[in-house]
Design a protein around this ligand. Structure first.
Ligand code: KG4
Ligand code: ZN
Length: 340
């Protein structure tokens, strides 16, 4: 059987830089991308140890959605590489990358992966993509055919984690920092209980809203005496409730969409799905309410942005390789519904 061998999968994390500012600043992120990308490429080539006669024969790049200045750095670098090595490019949609990671990059990933293969019996699938910039419920009819059933009307779920983390004085990004506080609190059995709303949970649509949740947390925070705000017990009680409120809304809407559309597969992806409590609660609920539905979730380290998810998506779209690199442009608002 032909397999895909992963020779190198590096990430140049900018969390340290963004930590200082409590969020991502486009100009800063662009500068860091520009500085790090050529170095990372050289490192990856070294790590891959290409043998004599072996060469790079294709380059895949994310052209959107995302922050325009950062997308341009990657895309221009891919174009240069395509021109220099005289090889084709495959432009990739970031959201589709998260979806494909869920199908083909599970927890126990071996050094060589079987070739990605879709079968008709797997569809329709409902995909929940939750990251720092997106919260979308997508109906997947087959590879390359997607319909957005609903999405956030304001903040993304990851953004809500990040902003509340910042309010509480936790590290950036807020998602993993809040998750860590919840784990600590549970081991201590924190008694303080705070209640936040579950926005739009009962509305008969597939949209989300997380800015109200953020505001509820902010008002609650402002109502506290400074001493309470800084206390471990208060911080941990907020973390427990925020995490659970976000999980409740995501879980409820995804299960409902899965039932309404009689799907064969549930697909989760994006940075927020690295959250262990979310993973656990989804697994239990799917097993209980939709036992015949296949449940896909990427391995924890493939939930957040990574190069392998883009490479594997490119493999799925290998017939879309293009030599006309000059014409490739980024689209900060690229929709999963649009074919590239
Ligand atoms: O997909 P991703 O790496 O980047 C974007 O496409 O935005 O997602 C990043 C987001 C951040 O908002 C971060 O706080 C969140 O994913 N995140 C988590 C966890 N790990 C990352 N949220 C909750 N729990 C986590 N363990
Ligand atoms: Zn992402």
């Amino acid at each position: 059987m032909i397999k895909i061998k992963v020779l190198s999968n590096l990430i140049s994390s900018q969390t340290k830089i963004h930590k200082k500012y409590g969020g991502v600043y486009p100009a800063l992120a662009r500068r860091e991308h520009q500085k790090n990308l050529p170095l990372l490429f050289e490192k990856a080539k070294k790590e891959a140890k290409l043998k004599k006669g072996e060469r790079i024969n294709l380059v895949a790049v994310t052209i959107g959605p995302g922050l325009s200045p950062c997308l341009w750095v990657g895309t221009n670098f891919a174009k240069e590489t395509s021109q220099k090595l005289n090889i084709p490019i495959i432009p990739i949609n970031h959201i589709e990358g998260h979806i494909i990671a869920s199908w083909f990059l599970p927890q126990k990933l071996r050094l060589s992966l079987p070739l990605p293969k879709f079968k008709a019996k797997m569809f329709p699938a409902i995909c929940l993509v939750v990251s720092g910039g997106h919260t979308q419920l997508v109906l997947m009819k087959k590879l390359g055919q997607y319909k957005i059933l609903g999405e956030t009307r304001d903040d993304a779920a990851g953004e809500c984690f990040d902003k509340i983390g910042r309010m509480l004085g936790l590290d950036y990004p807020g998602g993993p920092a809040i998750e860590a506080e919840v784990i600590k609190a549970k081991s201590k059995k924190t008694k303080l209980k705070i209640d936040f709303p579950r926005p739009m949970i009962h509305q008969k649509n597939y949209d989300f809203s997380f800015s109200g949740l953020k505001t509820a947390a902010l008002y609650n925070y402002k109502d506290q005496k400074p001493k309470v705000r800084k206390s471990k017990e208060y911080i941990q009680a907020v973390c427990i409730e925020i995490q659970q409120a976000i999980i409740d809304v995501l879980l409820n809407k995804t299960i409902r969409a899965a039932k309404d559309y009689k799907v064969k597969t549930i697909v989760l992806g994006g940075g927020v799905t690295a959250n262990k409590e979310l993973r656990k609660q989804f697994k239990i609920k799917v097993k209980k309410e939709l036992p015949r539905v296949q449940y896909n979730i990427p391995g924890v380290k493939y939930c957040t942005d990574n190069a392998l998810m883009i490479a594997i998506t490119a493999y799925c779209h290998k017939n879309k390789a293009r030599k006309d690199w000059k014409k490739i442009e980024v689209d900060a608002n690229l929709s999963i519904e649009n074919e590239i």
